[in-house]
Every structure is written in structure tokens, then in C-alpha cells.
Design a protein. Sequence first.
Length: 134
Amino acid sequence: SAGSDLLTKKFGFRSFLTGLTLLMGTAAFLMGYTKIAILAILSNFFVDFSNGLLGPLITELENERVCVSDRATQLSIYGMVVDVISIGLSILTSLVAKISFRAIFVLAAFEFLTAIAFFYSCYGFRDRNQGRQK
């Protein structure tokens, strides 16, 4: 999206991706523990807003990571991996919901932090825009 592109150029890909993921994690955690309705609504907004900006970034990252001649197959494999992870997280979330409703939001915050750690372990800490002309 145009918003993702503009903000990525301003802050750098890695910083922007990390910031959005941290925002989503913080908002998810806050949703579970706030008793103030407007704060819960704003938290939900920030999760949705961040998710909307993350979509194009993730798609761009996936496209850049494909190095094989059969791009469609590789992108389909990426899609299947994401679907399997989503199914697993849905099952885990339903199990956690039986324990505590608030725990779902703590789990979501943990998932976002895990996503950041996974991202950095796979792609390193150097911003991909470093060394490029602005």
C-alpha cells in the first residue's frame, strides 16, 4: 500500500516492520487488561491498522526471498506454511481460551514477540535499505 511504502522509506524496512509488530503486541496485551472501553477500542484499531500495513511488507519480503526459477511453487509453499501456522495458533488460542479469556491476549502479545525474534533470526539485524540510494 502507499502508506506502507511511504513509512518504510522514512523509517527503513526492518525498523518499520519491528515497530508495527511491537505495536500489535502491545495493543493485544492492553486489550486483555484494560477496563476502559475506549482503550480497548483503540487497541483493536491499532492491531487492525498494523495488520493492514504489514500485509504489503510481508508480501514484498516473500517475493524478494524467492530465488528459484519456479516462483509460483515457492510462493505456494510459503502460503501453506503460513496456513499451517495459523491453524496451529487457532487451536492453541482455543485451548488457552478455556483457561482464561485474558490469557488469549497475553498469548497474542507473545506470538508477536516470537514473530519478531523469528524474523531477526532468519533475516539478520541489518536493514535491507542500508547502502541503497534514497
